[in-house]
Design a protein around this ligand. Structure first.
Ligand code: NAD
Ligand code: TYD
Length: 359
């Protein structure tokens, strides 16, 4: 069952983060979308409202930024009322596995309690009139656990989260589906593989490596570097999210993936080649920086998505090959030094020092 969705006054949570800011930019630049975006973001260490300065300037009537916490029930309910919210695209989360190992509490608060608060606020605002409404939940493939050498995650794969991050996302996914089954709240959900691209906070693998290469610092590869991730360019993730929001079946989840598996060490070596060529450096000098460090506890071995359902039902496909995407990403980090320097606050420096000196 699909519905005639309004998709007009869209509350985007976490819109100042990596994927959320790209979602808002892609959406507002899509001529077929004529509605408004209300961006609700707490601006944690990972959020940067300035990532959307261009959008705020280009769409002053259709882009509204509200700083706030998704756990703040009164605030969230106020937004539904004030802006006549008919659609939610929920991305706000604590999103970094390593941070979830250091301090899981914030993950439970935002990812579990925050998702509950949003779901319940939507139910209250829309009760008696669910027609045209949609709550879309953005989740991760990490809820499915860890694969061995073969096999893929399907939408039917049983959940088996293994880090506090993935456990908190799994909990939020279950709440979303519970609201569909119990209250008939119109929901859709997507579970995506690892994203990369511009504006990613420089503590995830690809931006950490680019930054350290540019600064001549060690490139910290966890364990033996043989863990495998399936990489997808952030804009391709968001075209898939939008396709599901427009045409996905209510109460269903769609896997999104790059069909692009890389061992970490192979990826880091390739990235050395791309950075060397884009930044005019010697490849071997960069490769010499590769340093194997202590492994992440409970490090998931392999993620790999089967996204046939999305492709077959909604006609989505990836648009960019990996080398092209990496080149674009490296160029962006080279051309946007001010953005990077700006987010390297005291808090960020503290995290990097602690995380990488203890290994
Ligand atoms: P991110 O950490 O870059 O951004 C998260 C945003 O949420 C930040 O702007 C932050 O300020 C905001 N936020 C955090 N707590 C909040 C709260 N309590 N109230 C309001 N705002 C809050 O994360 P991302 O990489 O852009 O991920 C976005 C979503 O996509 C997450 O739900 C994540 O689980 C999911 N996801 C990410 C990936 C990936 O590779 N990055 C892959 C699959 C799914
Ligand atoms: P990350 O970007 O943190 O994403 P996730 O853990 O959600 O998949 O890490 C991607 C992979 O890279 C993962 O296997 C851990 C590894 N990794 C490193 O080897 N070194 C690093 O400095 C980081 C941040 C990650």
């Amino acid at each position: 069952m699909t519905s005639s969705r309004t998709l007009k006054n869209i509350l985007v949570t976490g819109g100042a983060g990596f994927i959320g800011s790209n979602f808002i930019r892609v959406l507002l630049n899509n001529p077929e979308f004529t509605g408004r975006v209300i961006n609700l973001d707490k601006l944690t260490y990972a959020g940067n409202a300035a990532s959307l300065d261009d959008v705020a300037a280009a769409f002053p009537e259709r882009y509204i930024f509200k700083q706030g916490d998704i756990c703040d029930r009164a605030f969230v309910e106020g937004l539904f009322d004030e802006y006549g919210i008919d659609t939610v695209c929920h991305l706000a989360a604590e999103s970094h596995v390593d941070r979830s190992i250091e301090g899981p509490e914030a993950f439970i608060r935002t990812n579990v309690n925050g998702t509950f608060t949003l779901l319940d606020a939507a139910r209250k605002a829309w009760i008696g009139d669910f027609e045209g409404k949609l709550f879309h939940h953005v989740s991760t493939d990490e809820v499915y656990g860890s694969l061995g050498d073969t096999g893929y995650f399907y939408e039917t794969t049983p959940y088996d989260p293994r880090s506090p991050y993935s456990a908190s996302k799994a909990s939020s996914d279950h709440l979303v589906m519970a609201y569909f089954h119990t209250y008939c709240l119109p929901v859709t959900m997507t579970n995506c593989s690892n994203n990369y691209g511009p504006y990613q906070f420089p503590e995830k693998l690809i931006p950490v490596m680019i930054e350290n290469m540019l600064k001549g610092k060690p490139l910290p590869v966890y364990g033996d570097g043989k863990n495998i991730r399936d990489w997808l360019f952030v804009e391709d993730h968001n075209t898939a999210v939008w396709a599901v929001m427009q045409g996905g079946k209510l109460g269903e989840t769609y896997n999104i993936g790059g069909e692009n598996e890389w061992e970490n060490i192979r990826l880091v070596n390739t990235l050395c080649e791309v950075v060397a060529s884009e930044a005019g450096k010697e490849v071997q000098d960069l490769k010499d920086l590769i340093t194997f460090v202590k492994d992440r506890p409970g490090h998931d071995q392999r993620y790999a998505i089967n996204c046939d359902k999305l492709k077959n039902e909604l006609g989505w496909t990836q648009s960019l090959d990996f080398e092209e995407g990496l080149k674009k990403t490296v160029r962006w980090y080279l051309d946007n030094r001010a953005w990077i320097e700006n987010i390297k606050s005291g808090e960020y420096r503290k995290w990097m020092e602690k995380n990488y000196t203890e290994r």
